[in-house]
Each structure stands twice: as structure tokens, then as C-alpha cells.
Design a protein around this ligand. Structure first.
Ligand code: SF4
Ligand code: SF4
Length: 262
């Protein structure tokens, strides 16, 4: 099975509550991760000390956007340059003790949990996401939303006539153009369907299809319906459908233009 949490060029912490705050923009998320990382660096690597630090960090941290989803204060940066995120209580990080019981869940849960993307994404899709995302913030938003990723890659293929492959992402202009398209996920209103849509399973465990009610807003189905549906471009989600539709068009044009240059 592919591993998505830690890849050579990307890391994710979505299931540790990374985006579960009203302001889940890059800067706010980064500031919170830095705060935790610096504080935990000074904490003795014992369970009682980590428990106390976790409680302190959580109390001073952002309130959850969705109260039923936990935010773990032990997620932080793993490297000095603050590019890779991960669990600061994991034995590989602490250098010995497993301190994950001090977090939002417990060792068994943290050790065994794999989000549904692990069952759906193939290796190529995973590495396209890794290469195109640019950093942990966008990577985590996209890798946890398989329908969005597939809709975006499918729209690029439909526009350019070429299936997106790893070799395309070796070209910086195309990589940037695809990153811009995927970055729609970062520009949605707080609480939008599209933000956490990937975590909405039906009774059978499969994702519930999302749908824009075009009739209710008296307009025809968008040619970019799949992407727009995935990002929650429905007025009920607080997003502006026309604005997002235009953004999708412009960003797909950008992908097509970048692919044409070589
Ligand atoms: S959301 Fe999925 S990919 Fe991200 S850290 Fe959790 S299990 Fe890994
Ligand atoms: S303790 Fe568990 S929930 Fe917390 S950061 Fe580590 S893996 Fe994530």
C-alpha cells in the first residue's frame, strides 16, 4: 500500500486536526505549528511532561472549527527549516519514548489510522500531488480529497488532450500552473463543503457524492461542474459560484498554456 503521510517531498497532518480552525490559511497554520514545536522542544520527554504541555498548548491554541474533530497539539515541524510536519511525540522524533498517548487520541489509534485516501489513490496520483503541491499546507488539503484531485487532473487532461504524468511536473511552468489550480482548495470560505468534503462517508463507508443544486440558483450546469462540486462552489457553502467558475477556467487555461510551451 502507498504511504501518504510522509513522502520524500511532502508531509500531511490533516487527521491530527491541522486545518480544523477558523483561520486555516497557511500563515496561521504555520504560526501554530511553530509555537508548538518551539514549546515542545523544551519539554522533558516523559508522558506526564508531555501531557501537561499538550494541555497548555491546546488551551492557548485556536478553537476548533468543527468541535467534533479533535486538534492535536503534538503536531509540529520535524525539521529546522520548518518545511516538514509530523508527530512530535512519535518515537522516531523523541528518540525513544512513544508519547502519543499525551495527544488528542492514543498510541493505538495514531499508529493504526490511515485516512481513506490510502485505499483510493494510486502511486502516480500520490506522486503527482506530492510534486505539484509545493508545501505541506496544500499537500494535506489535496491528498485527503481524492475526488477533487481526480476532477482537477481530469479537467487538465480534457483541456490539453494529454493525461498528466510525472514527467510533465518536471517542467516548472506546468508544475506552478497545476499548483495554482489545486490551490483553489486554499481559497474557500471557512466551513465550506469543499474543505473537509473528503471526510463525509456514507453508510457503506464510501464518500457521499457532492452536488451543486443548479436549479435552486437558476443556472445551467457548469462545464467545470466536477471541480466546482468538489470545492463546494455552492452558495450554501458561502462560496461564489461564478467567481470560482471563472478561476477554474483561468487556471485551466494556465495549465494548457504551460503544457504548450514544450
Ligand atoms: S490525513 Fe491521511 S495522509 Fe494525512 S496524515 Fe492523516 S492518514 Fe496520513
Ligand atoms: S499524537 Fe497522534 S494525533 Fe497527535 S500529532 Fe501525533 S499522530 Fe497526530
Amino acid at each position: 500500500m502507498i504511504r501518504l503521510c510522509q513522502r520524500p517531498g511532502a508531509s500531511c497532518g490533516a487527521c491530527c486536526g491541522l486545518y480544523n480552525s477558523r483561520d486555516h490559511g497557511r500563515e496561521a497554520v504555520r504560526a501554530e505549528l511553530t509555537r508548538r514545536t518551539r514549546e515542545l522542544r523544551r519539554v522533558e520527554r516523559t508522558l506526564p511532561a508531555f501531557r501537561e504541555a499538550a494541555a497548555r498548548l491546546a488551551a492557548a491554541g485556536p478553537a476548533p472549527l468543527f468541535p467534533t474533530v479533535r486538534i492535536c497539539p503534538l503536531l509540529g515541524f520535524l525539521d529546522e527549516a520548518e518545511t516538514r510536519i509530523g508527530c512530535l511525540a512519535h518515537p522516531l522524533v523523541t528518540g525513544g519514548p512513544d508519547l502519543r498517548d499525551a495527544g488528542a487520541y492514543d498510541v493505538t489509534t495514531c499508529e493504526s489510522f490511515l485516512c481513506p485516501s490510502h485505499a483510493w489513490l494510486d502511486d502516480e496520483e500520490a506522486s503527482l500531488t506530492e510534486l505539484a503541491s509545493g508545501d505541506f499546507h496544500l499537500y494535506g488539503l489535496v491528498v485527503t480529497d481524492v475526488p477533487f484531485l481526480r476532477a482537477a487532473l481530469g479537467a487538465v487532461a480534457a483541456r490539453t488532450g494529454a493525461r498528466v504524468e510525472r514527467r510533465h511536473l518536471e517542467q516548472a511552468p506546468f508544475r506552478e500552473a497545476l499548483r495554482r489550480l489545486l490551490a483553489l482548495k486554499e481559497e474557500l470560505e471557512p466551513g465550506s463543503e469543499g474543505l473537509f468534503g473528503a471526510f463525509r462517508p456514507g453508510r457503506d463507508g464510501e464518500p457521499v457524492p457532492r452536488r451543486i443544486d443548479y436549479q435552486a440558483i437558476d443556472r445551467s450546469t457548469s462545464p467545470y461542474d466536477q471541480i466546482l462540486t468538489c470545492v463546494g462552489a455552492d452558495p450554501r457553502s458561502g462560496n461564489d459560484l461564478d467567481l470560482l467558475e471563472e478561476e477554474v477556467r483561468v487556471r485551466l487555461d494556465g495549465c494548457a498554456a504551460a503544457m504548450r510551451t514544450w
